[in-house]
Design a binder for this molecule. Structure first.
Ligand SMILES: CCNC(=O)c1c(-c2ccccc2)csc1NC(=O)CNCCc1c[nH]c2ccccc12
Length: 325
């Protein structure tokens, strides 16, 4: 079948309505993790706040997974944990009839205050699913055999709604060719080679990290620290601010275009300098959407890059493709 879920953009995340046991929640579709977890009625009412909370006792199709648990921690220090069960999960038009659903009994403060999302729907590979004693399939892996094509696409927009589609590639959504690179899923991510970058149209070879992941769950573009340093060397007045947690610069600064290689084919995906500012942090200072990855070997290509393109995630031949739109 073919399905589409139109996420509501909010700040840096793209939320899509998901039906679980007949209850609808807004979940953040996240290719950088592999847990489907939801705010639940087991949380304290102060944690639930304005969030939609899933109540397993009100689902006629809920099945407990006795003794199972999960616990996830993200690089930004946020995290959640809880218990597990199975239920019918429906996105757009595709249905996973017995999908592992992770009930949050604890969530970190950043999720409590992020009132727009009621949980995450992981679209990474289940080898990084955190369910104990046995990792469970992601929603995409559950529906894959039933899809016309073993793919999902992400068409993230800046301030307009974006769209995730499962089972087909809507060729009217992009122009020119799809630049496809093989994916190495051994770390559980949609990971590919990336050994070059461009600043203001001039291409350079990476000196450090040589791979990157396509990560719709991360807002920023986290590149090798040396690459970030080289980029901001060309932004007048920029500095690495510990208080801001990254590179900042005068909002009036001229920001060059920045590009990163997708796969070893040589295609450089470019972000116009005018789209690189992520946030104003006050007093005419702006926080950049390009930041260092803190020395990890993997670069994280988040929404700052992905929203410039139409992206195709192929679970059949394990490849990642992007095209201009
Ligand atoms: C900043 C979020 N990203 C990460 O931590 C991350 C890292 C990572 C690891 C260490 C240091 C920095 C980043 C590797 S893959 C990866 N990607 C993910 O983990 C994707 N999932 C992020 C989910 C997430 C974390 N905080 C949120 C707040 C709102 C919506 C979604 C989220």
């Amino acid at each position: 079948g073919e399905v589409s879920a139109t996420p509501e953009p909010n700040e840096s995340e793209y939320l899509s309505p998901v039906s679980i046991g007949g209850q609808t929640l807004n979940l953040d579709f996240d290719t950088g993790s592999a847990d489907l977890w939801v705010f639940s009625t087991s949380l304290s009412s102060s944690s639930i706040g304005q969030h939609a909370a899933f109540d397993p006792s009100k689902s006629s199709t809920w099945e407990d997974y006795p003794g199972a648990s999960w616990q996830i921690m993200y690089g930004d220090g946020s995290g959640a944990s809880g218990t597990v069960g199975f239920d019918v999960v429906e996105v757009g038009g595709a249905t996973a009839s017995r999908q592992a659903v992770e009930i949050a009994t604890k969530v970190s403060s950043s999720f409590v205050s992020d009132v727009n999302n009621d949980g995450l729907l992981g679209l990474g590979f289940s080898k990084i699913n955190t369910i104990e004693p046995q990792p469970q399939k992601t929603f995409f892996e559950s529906v894959l055999p039933k899809l016309d094509q073993p793919v999902f696409t992400a068409d993230l927009e800046d301030d307009a709604a974006g769209t995730y589609e499962f089972g087909r590639v809507d060729t009217t959504k992009y122009t020119g060719m799809l630049h496809v690179t093989p994916v190495d899923s051994s770390n559980g991510f949609w990971e590919f080679a990336s050994t070059a970058y461009s600043i203001g149209g001039t291409t350079y070879q990476n000196s450090g990290a040589s791979t990157a992941i396509a990560d719709t769950g991360t807002s920023l573009l986290l590149v090798d620290d040396n690459v970030a340093q080289a980029f901001y060397a060309q932004v007048q007045g920029s500095q690495l601010s510990r208080t801001a947690g990254g590179y900042v610069y005068p909002c009036s600064a001229q920001v060059p275009d920045f590009g990163v290689q997708i796969g070893s084919s040589g295609f450089i995906a470019t972000i116009p300098g005018s789209d690189i500012t992520f946030a104003e942090v006050g007093q005419g200072t702006c926080f950049g959407g390009v930041q260092g990855n803190g020395g990890g070997g993997i670069q994280i290509f988040g929404d700052v890059l992905l929203k410039q393109y139409f992206a195709v995630f192929n679970g059949g031949n394990e490849s990642f493709g992007i095209a201009a739109k």
